[in-house]
Each structure stands twice: as structure tokens, then as C-alpha cells.
Design a binder for this molecule. Sequence first.
Ligand SMILES: [Zn+2]
Length: 136
Amino acid sequence: MSTAKRSRNALRSNGSMATCRLCRGCYPAAQFIDGNGPRHLVCVRCAVEQGYLAAEDVPDFYDDRTAMARMSLFARRYGSLFWLVSCWSLWALLFQGIELWTTLTLVGLLAATLVVPLLFFLRTAKFKAQLRQLTP
Ligand SMILES: [Zn+2]
């Protein structure tokens, strides 16, 4: 993590917003790179895409990607539990009264209820390892 760049960015940020020439996004001044010509008014994301900057030189950009990766990691871990709860709620709401389907979906849901927590705990070690990789 480059503290020099961070403090430089902090000095440059005076609270004003500017519009990126390339993506039309509106960002604080700290999110823009220095330079003239093609580099004028280009945000760090576009600068990385255009090759003006390396991704490693942009701590904020890297932080965003890490945050996204962490979010999808959590989503993958807790998504299955979320779906299980949703399916049970749907079953309770919709499938009452349709004899055959009620039994079939109940069996399916019971199987899922047994399998999902098992997989959840089996994947705990892998999840922790992945999370450690994504922790700066
Ligand atoms: Zn841009």
C-alpha cells in the first residue's frame, strides 16, 4: 500500500468534483491523474484501462477490486443459505394444498437442508484461506 500516493491524493482533493473525459463519470479531484493532452481529465479507472497507469500504482483502484472480490466471496458463501431460506418460505407460501408437489418439494427441501450446512462447514477452511488472501 503506497502511503506516498495516498497523501499526495489527499492533498489534491479539495472537495471539488470533475467529469472524466472518457467515461463521463463524476469523481472528486483525487480520482484524476496528472498530465496534459490525452491524460488531461482522465480518471484513474480509465487511466488504467488506457494504459496510462499500471493497476498497482493506483491503490484506490486496487482497493475497489479487492472489495469486489471480497463481496463476491461472501455472496458465494452465504448465497446458498439465502436460497435455502427463500425456498422454504416459497414452499410454505405456495405449495400448500397441491398434494403431490407438496410432498416432492418437501423431500427436495429436506435434502437441501441437510446438504447445504454440510457443504457450508466443509468449505469453511477454503473460505478463510481465500479471505486471508484478500485481506490487505
Ligand atoms: Zn473515466
